[in-house]
Design a protein around this ligand. Structure first.
Ligand SMILES: Nc1ncnc2c1ncn2[C@@H]1O[C@H](COP(=O)(O)OP(=O)(O)OP(=O)(O)O)[C@@H](O)[C@H]1O
Length: 254
């Protein structure tokens, strides 16, 4: 069976710099697939190509067999490819629950007039959005801070809220860019448990960029290693852990 996401021979050039050069990835459904590599290896550039932020210089990207390379970002997002960023990007003045309601806006299946008139269909739709927000706040353990402004939450809580904000849009593919960055060991453990639950209980497919090797090794079904824009190795955590080239290029540095 084809993977949910298939990337073939992806390249991205910035002037004279080939930041991504011949990267291929398979992300099967209901798996956690990780991309690792030293700083500047090209991981975030791959993410930016996958989400349509950059138009790749070459190669192909397919979601359930449908080519998506070169599509604008909003169309790719509509197809269910959603991401978090290295730096938390929430509406800081809005409460946690409001952040989740805004994210669902496009799913409200009512128009402007229905909103103005507060028709029964509009009220039903609003109710569903609120139920969904509450459900996800509970799943990421933020129900007790639902009405606090997002900017006042602890960093680990903000990271979890970002993931919930992705999840309320019912994504096909959840892409997490260094979700453990800035977290303490306890928060990283919570994050690991959350990603595991997303996959095992919610059937979510995750593509992860992460520098925390303990997290990567314990959560990933498959790992791709990128070095200087090029694929270096891929395999199970056990295969990657013992791979001499990987140890030389990356793990040896840690
Ligand atoms: N918009 C851009 N214009 C020019 N060069 C860029 C651009 N974006 C990234 N690069 C370059 O491409 C290379 C890959 O960067 P990228 O951010 O993808 O690496 P990374 O693996 O995500 O690194 P890190 O782990 O530090 O986040 C770097 O040399 C970077 O300077």
């Amino acid at each position: 069976m084809n993977a949910l996401l298939e990337v073939r021979d992806l390249s991205m050039r910035f002037g004279g710099l080939l930041a991504v050069d011949g990267v291929s990835l398979d992300v099967p459904e209901r798996q956690v697939v990780s991309m690792i590599g030293p700083n500047g290896a090209g991981k975030t550039t791959v993410f930016n190509c996958l989400t349509g932020f950059y138009r790749p210089s070459g190669g192909s990207i397919r979601l359930r067999g449908t080519p998506i390379h070169g599509l604008p970002g909003h169309r790719i997002a509509r197809l269910g490819v959603v991401r978090t960023f290295q730096n938390v990007r929430l509406f800081r003045e809005m409460t946690a629950v409001e952040n989740l309601l805004v994210a669902q806006h496009r799913h409200l299946d009512t128009g402007f007039l229905a909103g103005l008139l507060k028709t029964p269909a509009f009220r039903r739709s609003e109710r569903q959005a609120l139920d969904c927000a509450a459900e996800w706040l509970e799943r990421v353990d933020l129900l007790d801070v639902a009405n606090r402004p997002a900017g006042t939450l602890a960093y680990g809580q903000q990271r979890r809220l970002e993931i919930a904000r992705c999840m309320v849009t019912r994504p096909q593919l959840l892409m997490l860019d260094e979700p453990a960055a800035g977290l303490n060991p306890r928060e990283t453990e919570d994050l690991k448990a959350l990603i595991g639950r997303l996959r095992d209980e919610q059937g979510v497919t995750v593509l992860l960029i992460e520098h925390d090797m303990k997290l990567v090794m314990s959560i990933s079904d498959h790992i791709y290693v990128i070095n200087q824009g090029q694929p270096l190795a891929d395999g199970s955590p056990e295969q990657i852990r013992g791979h001499p080239e990987v140890i030389k290029a990356y793990l040896g540095e840690a």
